[in-house]
Design a protein around this ligand. Structure first.
Ligand SMILES: [Zn+2]
Length: 115
């Protein structure tokens, strides 16, 4: 792969990430830079350069706050939890893991996923 090709692939990745970030409400996820081939790796590096931007970091901050709120929402009002039908996740479990579990396990009206 030439340097020019590498630069072009990087720019393609960065451009795709900018498009995805435009008007996004959820943050962009980092892409694997050790993928199938050099072209893809260079595109991922371009994409990741945008992931590191202040704009995307601000979206991550919001996302973490949203997840923490969702956990509290379940733990404050889920009947399945209160009746011991599902397990209450402890503080050693990350907010995202707890929320994923509650979203899949909760069967009461609290679950915004299954309605
Ligand atoms: Zn529930």
């Amino acid at each position: 792969m030439t340097e020019v090709e590498q630069k072009e692939a990087f720019e393609r990745g960065a451009s795709a990430a900018k498009t995805a970030l435009d008007g996004a409400t959820r943050p962009l996820m980092i892409q694997d830079e050790c993928g199938l081939n050099e072209t893809q790796n260079a595109e991922s590096m371009g994409w990741n350069s945008i992931c590191a931007s202040d704009e995307n970091q601000a979206l991550w901050k919001k996302e973490h706050e949203r997840i923490a709120q969702n956990r509290k929402y379940f733990e404050d009002g889920c009947l399945c939890l209160q009746e011991g039908l599902i397990e209450k996740k402890g503080s050693d479990i990350s907010n995202i893991s707890a929320v994923i579990y509650y979203e899949s396990a909760c069967k009461c009206s609290r679950n915004y996923k299954q309605q």
